[in-house]
Ligand binder design. Sequence first.
Ligand code: FAD
Length: 272
Amino acid sequence: MIPAPFEYARATSVDDAISLLSSSDGAKLLAGGHSLVPAMRLRVARPKMLVDIGRLRDLSYVREEGDGVAIGALTRHHDVAASELLRALCPIVATAAEQIGDPQVRHMGTIGGSVAHADPAGDMPSVLLALDAQFVVSGTGGIRTIEARDLFTSLFETSLLPDEVLTEIRVPRATSGWSFVKFNRRAQDWALVGVAAVATPSGAQVALSNMGLTPIRAGGVEEELIRAADPARAAERASEGTSPPSDAFASDGYRRRVVEVLVRRALEETLS
Ligand code: FAD
């Protein structure tokens, strides 16, 4: 379908993007366009104005910062996957980026777009939730940092304000044990269910894709690990507190069964 009419403006800086966003009710940022444009073509999204930030090159970087890694929001999935620094310090992020869609999607889509779009079936949101990532945002109210637990609020919704631009994602060093498991019917499909796990001194932090309205932390599993349960025992609680969808690809019951298997496998890999 053809999108509803909209105005278009290309931002020259983050400040310019913020002022364009606040100049129009119903303006939306355009980054890689690989989620927003399909939604506009289906007329699920009808922004009055698109503020194009896709050419803000200074928001595309991966660099060491403190004890972790800072990733510019405009960094394309391909560049995240190819980053030697991420491979060395936080390999789960690069590994997940490598499995997003196909090469065309990975060369256009951005990590910031994936986060802000907040698709519960997306790969990067659950990885960043498992890592307790931080999100740096700029808006008319200044700069603030949002914790991953506070970002994803509902289906395709985040705690970002309408005039805010996500500028940076910060992830901790995570090399002691991790796993990213994505279950799909065909290579390059979205996850029917996905699991991200990162080892901690007392067990592991575990997050799930496509098991509810938002990416979800598997609290029951994490609790079992603190009590020193083995992966199989901990994984029995994987679907606790979830509300997976039933759709043309899988029923909710199927997803609940699959998530137990995937969490067990992810924990075996993470803790081995
Ligand atoms: P856009 O589409 O430009 O924007 C998406 C939303 O985020 C919009 O609401 C926009 O306003 C907002 N936004 C963008 N950047 C910012 C910012 N810096 N600050 C604030 N708001 C912002 N994803 C997966 O995880 N796994 C997959 O397997 C997968 N497969 C795909 C297959 C296909 C065929 C396609 C088309 C997409 C697929 N995707 C998949 C989605 C892909 O990862 C998108 O790139 C991503 O979801 C959105 O990134 P974008 O840069 O294209 O954002």
